[in-house]
Design a protein around this ligand. Structure first.
Ligand code: BEZ
Length: 222
């Protein structure tokens, strides 16, 4: 069993170089909704994402957009969990301002990671950076705790909530059978069949591309 990382741990964890297919390292930390432990989310999807700093313009737009879409993630049985180096009381003050100014309550947990121990373990910050204002990293973690997709955006470009939902829809659709989600796939559109890697299939296929490019069932509409 791997050791649970604690957000107040003074030891600097090395940048883990996590990859798709790795089990997401467990951790516990204080958050705006109380103490959280990553492994408590087993059994449902989880999007864990870092943001450079509270009280910054792009981050504020991301949190408003995600809070507005919270019900859509919930419909997909997916929890949201944010993380930054800022203190819990900074998070509280920022969420209060967002509520008062933009009339939206951010109810998903925002973790404090004062020593960057979680951020470094997840490769959200460069190992030797003294602050976390580098990247917006997003991890899509499946119900068994496995990292299924990752994205990394710079501090000056905000993430797309529709693309986060689409990625989640695609990951859930391909889990329903041996199918593939093509470029720009959206729920309700055709998925592709896994190619059958045999020479007999190649030579007996009717069309030129049928042996590797074949539409199959549609993903459920949302
Ligand atoms: C922003 O969220 O606007 C931001 C955060 C860190 C650096 C630059 C911009």
């Amino acid at each position: 069993m791997t050791e649970t990382i604690k957000a107040d741990d003074e030891r600097a964890a090395p940048c883990a170089g996590l990859r798709i297919g790795d089990v997401a390292p467990d951790f516990s930390a204080r958050s705006t909704t109380g103490d959280v432990r990553l492994s408590d989310y087993r059994g449902r999807w989880l999007i864990l994402f870092s943001h450079p700093a509270d009280f910054t313009p792009v981050c504020t737009t991301e949190f408003i957009a995600l809070a507005e879409a919270a019900g859509e993630f919930e419909e997909r049985d997916c929890a949201l969990m944010a993380l930054s180096v800022d203190s819990l009381f900074s998070h509280f003050a920022w969420l209060r301002l967002i509520r008062d100014r933009y009339e939206i309550e951010v109810r998903f947990p925002i973790l404090e990671d004062p020593t960057l121990v979680i951020g470094r373990a997840y490769g959200m910050v460069a190992p030797n950076d003294s602050d976390s204002a580098a990247v917006r990293t997003t991890f899509f973690i499946d119900p068994s705790g496995v990292i299924r997709a990752m994205t990394c955006y710079p501090a000056n470009v905000g993430r797309s909530t529709p693309e986060m939902l689409r990625t989640l829809d695609a990951l859930q659709a391909v889990d329903d059978g041996p199918v593939l989600a093509p470029a720009n796939w959206a729920p309700g559109e055709a998925l592709l069949a896994q190619p059958d890697a045999s020479l007999d299939t190649v030579f007996s296929a009717q069309g030129q591309t049928d042996w590797f490019m074949k539409e199959t069932r549609r993903g459920a509409s949302k």
